[in-house]
Design a protein around this ligand. Sequence first.
Ligand code: FE
Length: 331
Amino acid sequence: MKKLTIILSIFILVSCSYQANDELTIYTSRQPQLLEPIIEDFFQDTGIKVNLLSGNAQELMERIDIEGEDSPADIFMTVDAGVLWQATERKIFSETNSDILKKNIPEYLRDPSNQWFGFSKRARTIVYSSDKFSDNDFSSYEALSDPKWAGKLCLRTSKKVYNRSLMASMIDAYGYDEAKAVVLGWVSNLATEVFSNDTNALKAVSSGQCGVTIVNTYYLARLLDDPKYDNLSLFWANQGDRGVHVNISGAGVVKTSKNKANAVKLLEYLSSMKAQDFYASANKEYPVLASADIDDSIEGWGEFSEDNINVSKLGSLQKEAVFLAQEAGYK
Ligand code: FE
């Protein structure tokens, strides 16, 4: 009996010292400078130290798979609901039931099974050249398929998850066939080959190579720091119907985390006013917490109504979107 008591007390001692290890590790595809000030604040408030491992989202998911039970990752954080959805398919996350997260984050910006949560919003909308056009020329993403835009449209490649998610939102709104007709129209209106990134598409609009494109707004905000790009104007798409396509950056607790309670604490912190004011503005995105501030530099674009399709659908319709792009010849 005495022997058993000794063994038990050693076991309790070991498990206590294990729990005393408060450090958290985030695997993230976001730039470390977006997170460093928040995790420093979190440390000051809670005494919990947070380590960051940055890298490509696909490689980080691969790494979590390979590391298995031994993975030091407590949180996986990335951008685009399409990628977060892939992470749920790969069974990377565990469920998090937090009243704070449910209260701070609107329902459509989090996973219905509570595996991941959106912490900033990324609006993808129309940007045009004010040398050639005005707001009156635009209405919706779909209207850019009209033959009047022949030779005037520039697009980023459909291989980027941002465009797959946008197409997924159109499939959800109109069904596959109608969404495909829109994308076929886009393809026949292209002024150039598709671009590898949003910034190059914007530069092509500014230089007059094309008249209009569709991009995430933070890329425009960054370019507008340079007066050379003053001829780029933003138009909020689909304000007469379903609203602007919105995606997220988000995160969830990793299934194999040994520090789940603290990991949830950190996610709750990320959704708080203090972190939200900083996190979204640092990348010129939009906060998910309604009462948080928008960055001064993008306030001038005004308010917009957004498509409130649950962002998890952007993931579940991803395969159809890929197929649609192939069928429509959108490279
Ligand atoms: Fe981006």
